[in-house]
Design a protein around this ligand. Structure first.
Ligand code: ADP
Ligand code: MG
Length: 377
């Protein structure tokens, strides 16, 4: 993959695809600007090399030019962070000639998600070279992430470069033991990741609602727990093939319903009674997982251990997050909700690599080729 080291940007107009797909509240205020801050090393380096920036990004999934999907809040925030004016171009026909200009939401353009070559030509006509730093969008072949990369001299920005080398690195040459912690809501989302780590890791620790298809496959009662029917078959396969690498919870915390003020009941084993749902791993499980994380050489975490958004069910996720923050191992966290949990517990600074890509990080770990990365290779 070509990087900024391979690209002459001195004094040039650089089209930079960034991932500014930030969460906004109802009033259009950014609630977490981590993705904007993550692009700063690349933007600063380019400016130090006297490049003029033309930024391209998407926000949400607009169907039309709906104003609530405008990148104006992102442009304002970036302006504060860089300490320079960031001019927002309303559309591709009205692009001002400033030092730092941002295009409006690329998904306002009908051809963007179709990877339309004509649209890519229009992007390319606005710049001399192209830099892709949008790791979170690199698994999509869109006009601003894929087609345009073939039309200009192009390279990866520093964030994309670091994401790819870190995530590939933990699979190619991890410091051992390699411990993968896989949780979250759905097994079917994470089968590919699970398969990869069952092959490569020394321990795979399962948590979240992920565990219920496994328990069902083993003949346990799952009560009203979130348990994907289509997950049971893959779980069975993983159980048969996983040998002694795979670890499941020993105990759980159950609630009557998915709510913070529901009745709560610790379960000393993993059979969930009728009328209850398993919403967190139990204390013994959290301690065992924390010990394995403590003794690890490398830890990859994707997917919370329970419904951490609900105070009575956050303890398992908190224990795992604290263990990951405290271990001497190299630690890599992927996934939007996992990153949100880390932020909620105030531990973001103690993680070696907090991936900015949800889907992209999972696909990379699964060994899939990312179109946005391939186009720079
Ligand atoms: P990530 O975004 O990190 O990849 P996921 O999106 O796969 O993670 O899963 C996060 C969601 O899983 C959270 O909203 C959490 O509430 C939910 N979850 C975790 N454990 C359970 C459970 N036992 N029952 C229901 N939902 C759960
Ligand atoms: Mg998620």
């Amino acid at each position: 993959m070509r990087t900024l080291d391979d690209l002459d940007v001195e004094g040039k107009r650089v089209l930079v695809r960034v991932d500014f797909n930030v969460p906004l509240d109802r009033d259009g205020h950014i609630t977490d600007d981590a993705r904007i801050r993550a692009a700063l090393p690349t933007l600063t380096e380019l400016r130090d090399k006297h490049a003029r920036l033309l930024l391209a990004a998407h926000l949400g999934r607009p169907k039309d030019r709906e104003p609530e999907f405008s990148l104006e809040p992102a442009a304002e925030r970036l302006s504060e962070l860089l300490g320079v004016e960031v001019q927002l171009a309303p559309d591709l026909d009205h692009v001002p000639d400033g030092d730092v200009v941002m295009l409006e939401n690329v998904r306002y353009e009908p051809g963007e998600t179709r990877n339309d070559p004509a649209l890519a030509e229009r992007y390319a006509a606005l710049a001399d070279v192209y830099v892709n730093d949008a790791f979170g969008a690199a698994h999509r072949a869109h006009a601003s992430t894929e087609a345009v990369a073939h039309l200009l001299p192009s390279a990866a920005g520093r964030l994309l470069e670091r994401e790819v080398s870190t995530l590939r690195g933990i699979l190619q040459d991890p410091k051992r033991p390699l411990v993968a912690v896989v949780g979250g809501a759905k097994v079917t989302d994470k089968i590919g990741v699970l398969d990869t780590f069952l092959e490569k890791a020394d321990h795979v620790l399962i948590g979240g609602a992920m565990c219920f298809p496994f328990f069902k496959a083993q003949g346990h009662e799952v009560g009203d727990s979130l348990c994907e029917a289509e997950g049971v078959e893959p779980a069975k396969r993983a159980l048969d093939g996983g040998g002694d690498v795979l670890r499941l919870p020993y105990d759980l915390v159950a609630g009557r319903e998915f709510s913070a003020d529901t009745e709560v009941r610790p379960l000393s084993d993993v059979d969930v009674p009728d009328g209850w749902m398993g919403l967190d791993v139990g204390v013994r499980t959290a301690e065992a997982y924390a010990t394995l994380i403590h003794n690890a050489g490398t830890v990859f975490w994707n997917g919370p251990m329970g419904a951490f958004e609900l105070e009575p069910f956050e303890a398992g996720t908190r224990a795992v997050a604290e263990a990951i923050a405290a271990t001497d191992a190299t630690t890599v966290v992927g996934g939007g909700d996992s990153a949100a949990a880390i932020a909620q517990f105030g531990l973001a600074d103690s993680i070696d690599h907090l991936s900015t890509g949800g889907g992209a990080s999972l696909e990379l770990v699964e060994g899939k080729a990312l179109p946005g990365v391939e186009a720079l290779s």
